[in-house]
Design a protein. Structure first.
Length: 134
């Protein structure tokens, strides 16, 4: 076998190893039930904020701890603890993506992504009044 063939084979083996390692380390979208089965594994969970339960944040006591209750897409509710400051306009968010891992019965989030309601309306006005546009 020629040296060029050996080099090509080594490059291919390294490329396959890199692809496999990035696929196994990447976090995936999930729900609280799966997160409970895999404690410590980082997952992304999409859900809605439970506005009936209180948001716990006291900047004077501990500015780097914020907790709230999130309901995932399957209807399971868990307490989420985020060890950082409360994001501005958090209460207005339509959907929340929490990134982190389960610890016991709580989800410890390392990052939050918020989907806020759109300020634009999809509805068209029913009438333009007496003005005519050409």
């Amino acid at each position: 076998m020629k040296t060029i063939h050996i080099i090509i084979i080594l490059v291919l083996v390294v490329a396959v190893a890199v692809v496999i390692s990035t696929m196994t380390d990447s976090s995936t979208y999930s729900d609280f039930a799966e997160a409970a089965k895999k404690p410590g594994k980082e997952l992304h969970i999409i859900g809605k904020l439970n506005v009936e339960k209180p948001l716990e944040y006291d900047a004077q006591k501990n500015a780097n701890q914020f907790s709230f209750y999130l309901v995932d897409d399957k209807g399971v509710e868990k307490k989420v603890i985020y060890n950082n400051a409360k994001p501005q306009d958090f209460e207005k968010s339509e959907k929340v993506v929490v990134i982190g891992a389960m610890q016991g019965d709580q989800f410890i989030a390392t990052s939050l992504l918020l989907k806020c309601p759109s300020k634009y309306n999809d509805k068209k006005p029913s009438k333009f009044g007496s003005k005519k546009f050409s």
